[in-house]
Structure formats: structure tokens, C-alpha cells
Design a protein around this ligand. Structure first.
Ligand code: PLP
Length: 412
């Protein structure tokens, strides 16, 4: 396979035999999804995000259905990320009150604030997680500091600042921003709300992961409204892997051995989970290099150890995708077939849709297609994890045509 092939893949053999119950019970105990959903429902403006069917595209690609959970419409925040950060902030604050549960209204009451004092929440981000944490801190009446790496575009920084956060720009990559915020939070007494874990810091990333399950419980309700018990496949994009591990744990919790096949998609230029699967010793490994992919939300070189534990044991396939795969996905979302709905999807949101035409139509991907058993009975669930969080670049891809598919790989 040549270097610009759209996808590289690793079939994850350990997933076929692992006993998953212990890890899954630990990360998503039975009650966790209910608690997350109960909290999210109380947020002013909360609505279930749409689940949209791309019926015409599904039949063109020989699939039974393509379902897109459109997180560009989540709470006017343009991304799913707020679900994790807000639930972690909520769990932290209820814990500080010595309680198991509290309502949103209780948490913003003046006497509660007096008991807890003002907390400064801190995090590192590629953009979307920081925006969610800043939003949650502001809504619950606390301060926030968000560390971004030096290549973060101004639109994403502005979006974070609009919720009152102080933004610090750190030289290097997302992973450097994580290391710096850890050190500074210790120095200044801030509370870190990270989506990635490290030794001795697992409780909060577990809450972040649990917060994401609101999305999947919504999707399950929406699918049952369509007469479907479950998707047969979930394609999920990954940076540090927290989102992918949440969907994996959620579906394994619900369906055990009958869970949908989970396909984890990363940028080829930042494929730390794919690389860890390729090395295959069961441990997470860093991806070297500058991580200069257009998929800014997925530009992470260090897997979250917590997420990796689930993915290594339960995810079925790891994909490393060229940037043009994401660009194709953005254009397909933006230029739908017939009466399929139009969806605004940013670089990190669109990569899973972009991968489908190559997998279903290109001869070089036939072994992957067979391994995944993708056919006319397949019901594929995708998450559009972000809208146009970088509007200038969105136009450059969708209007101007940046990152075209090389002719020899064109799937149509
Ligand atoms: C738009 C978008 N999609 C997906 C992800 C992946 O999430 P994770 O880092 O948990 O793998 C991110 C992470 O920031 C994101 O911003």
C-alpha cells in the first residue's frame, strides 16, 4: 500500500477474547449514565441533539443505514465536549459538599458557594474540551484557566474566552499543554478537569467519560424510535481516546458480547491508539512528531491510559486516516445526496463519514470491509463531534476544496 493510501488499519485481536466485565463495571457502573443524564437534563437550554439518517448515502454505499448523532447542535457549543467537562465539574462540586447528588439549582445557590468557596477549574485543550469546561465553570459560578498549544486558531481561543476563562498559550503540542497545566495547577491550587488520565489522576477523567454517555443513551432512544435495537457498527473518532472508550464501554455494558463493532478513527499524523495497537504489548504508546493534522481536535500524541485500557480490551479496529479523508467527510456532510439532511461538520467531526466511501468501495480496503462484515444489513452509527469550530478553515475545505482526494483513491 502506498504512502498516501486513505486508511491504514489494525484489527484488534485481543478484543475477541478479553473478559471485559471488570473494567466496564469500574468505569461505567450501572448508575453512571442515569446520573449524567439527570444532571445534563437540568442544564438550562439542554435538548437532545438530533439523530439524522443519511438514507440515500447508505444505499449508495451498500449499507442498511447511516445514523449521525449531530453534536454540532449541543447547547450552542458546537461540540459534544461539554457533556464530559460539565459532568466532571458537577461531580467535583457535589463531592466538595459531601453529597452524592445535588441539583443544578442547589449548586448555584449563594450559600453553597459560601461553603465551597470559589474554585478555579483548569484544563488543557485542543479547543472543544476547554470551551466546555469554561462554559460549565461559568454556569456554576466559578473561574477557569484553559491552556492551549501554540497552533490553536484564534476562533477557538475566542470561543473559550467568551465564557470568562483566562487562556494561556503554551509552546508545543496539546500534550505539552497537558504537562504544563498539571504543573501550574499544583503550584496555584487549581482543580484540573482533564479528559486524559495519568498515574494517580483517574477519578475526574472517569467522570468525563461517564458524562459522554448521555449522548449514547439519547442515541439509543432515538434508534428505538426508528425500530432499531442497536447499531451494528459504531465509527468513532479519537484524540486521547476518552470519547471512544466511553462509547465502547457504554455499548459493552448494554449488550455484552452482542455489542456493535467499534471502529476507532484517528488522523494518520497523530495515531497514538493505532500505534499502540500495532505495537501490541497491551500498553499505551506515544505517537512521535508534530501532530500537524487538520483534525485539530484529534491532534494528540499520548493516549489516555484509562481510555486505552478499555480500547485495548474491547475496540475491534483502529484506523489511521489521511487528512483528505476528513476533508471528504466535511464535503459529503455539506453536499448531501437528494433529500439527505445537510450537516455542518468540522475536520474532527467528519473523519468517520469520510472513511466510509473508501472502506465500502475501494478495492484496496476490501479486506477491512470483509473483516467488518459491512453490508446491506449494517446500521452504522457516527458522531458528528463538532460543527465549524474553525469557520475560516471550514470554508477553505468545503468551498475552496483544500485537501482533495488523490485521483487514484477517488471512491466514486
Ligand atoms: C471534535 C472532537 N471530536 C473528537 C474528539 C476526541 O475525543 P478524545 O480526545 O476523547 O479522543 C475531540 C477531542 O477534543 C474533539 O474535539
Amino acid at each position: 500500500m502506498n504512502n498516501d493510501a486513505p486508511l491504514k488499519w489494525m484489527i484488534n485481536e485481543p478484543a475477541a477474547t478479553a473478559d471485559r466485565s471488570e473494567i466496564i463495571d469500574r468505569l461505567i457502573p450501572l448508575d453512571a449514565t442515569r446520573r449524567a443524564r439527570t444532571f445534563h437534563r437540568q442544564i438550562p437550554g439542554y435538548r437532545i441533539s438530533p439523530l439524522l439518517g443519511l438514507d440515500n448515502l447508505a444505499s449508495m454505499l451498500g449499507l442498511g443505514g447511516i445514523w449521525v448523532k449531530d453534536e454540532s447542535q449541543r447547547l450552542a457549543l458546537n461540540s459534544f465536549k461539554v457533556l464530559g467537562g460539565s459532568f466532571a465539574v458537577y461531580r467535583y462540586l457535589t463531592g466538595r459538599l459531601g453529597r452524592e447528588e445535588a441539583t443544578f439549582a442547589e449548586l448555584i445557590a449563594p450559600d453553597v458557594k459560601k461553603t465551597i468557596g470559589e474554585v478555579t477549574f483548569a484544563t488543557a485543550t485542543d479547543g472543544n474540551h476547554g470551551r466546555g469546561v469554561a462554559w460549565a465553570a461559568a454556569k456554576l459560578g466559578h473561574a477557569s484557566v484553559v491552556y492551549v498549544h501554540e497552533h490553536t486558531v484564534p476562533a477557538r481561543i475566542k470561543a473559550i474566552e467568551s465564557y470568562g476563562a483566562r487562556v494561556e498559550i503554551v509552546p508545543g503540542t496539546y500534550d505539552d499543554a497537558v504537562r504544563k497545566v498539571r504543573a501550574d495547577a499544583e503550584k496555584f491550587g487549581w482543580q484540573v478537569i482533564s479528559d486524559t488520565s495519568w498515574e494517580g489522576y483517574e477519578e475526574i477523567p472517569t467522570w468525563v467519560l461517564q458524562g459522554y454517555t448521555t449522548m449514547f443513551s439519547e442515541a439509543q432512544e432515538q434508534l428505538s424510535g426508528q425500530g432499531l435495537v442497536k447499531p451494528t457498527h459504531v465509527f468513532i473518532q479519537a484524540g486521547v481516546g476518552a470519547l471512544a472508550s466511553a462509547v465502547t464501554a457504554f455499548y459493552h455494558n448494554l449488550f455484552g458480547a452482542d455489542a456493535p463493532l467499534i471502529v476507532v478513527a484517528e488522523p494518520a499524523l497523530a495515531a497514538c491508539l493505532y500505534e499502540s495497537a500495532r505495537i501490541g504489548d497491551g500498553r499505551p504508546h506515544s505517537f512521535p512528531g508534530r501532530l500537524d493534522t487538520i483534525m485539530a481536535g484529534l491532534a494528540c500524541g499520548d493516549p489516555s491510559p484509562l481510555a486505552w485500557e478499555i480500547l485495548w480490551n474491547c475496540a475491534d479496529v483502529f484506523l489511521a486516516c489521511q487528512d483528505y479523508v476528513a476533508a471528504l467527510g466535511m464535503r459529503i456532510y455539506g453536499g448531501p445526496l437528494k433529500d439527505d439532511p445537510y450537516i455542518v461538520s468540522g475536520e474532527s467531526g467528519a473523519v468517520t463519514l469520510g472513511a466510509l466511501p473508501f472502506i465500502t468501495r475501494n478495492s484496496e480496503c476490501a479486506p477491512l470491509r470483509e473483516a467488518l462484515r459491512l453490508d446491506g444489513d449494517s446500521q452504522v452509527l457516527l458522531l458528528n463531534t463538532e460543527g465549524n469550530t474553525d469557520p475560516l478553515y471550514f470554508r477553505q475545505v468545503v468551498w475552496k476544496g483544500d485537501h482533495p482526494v488523490p485521483d487514484r483513491h477517488w471512491p466514486f
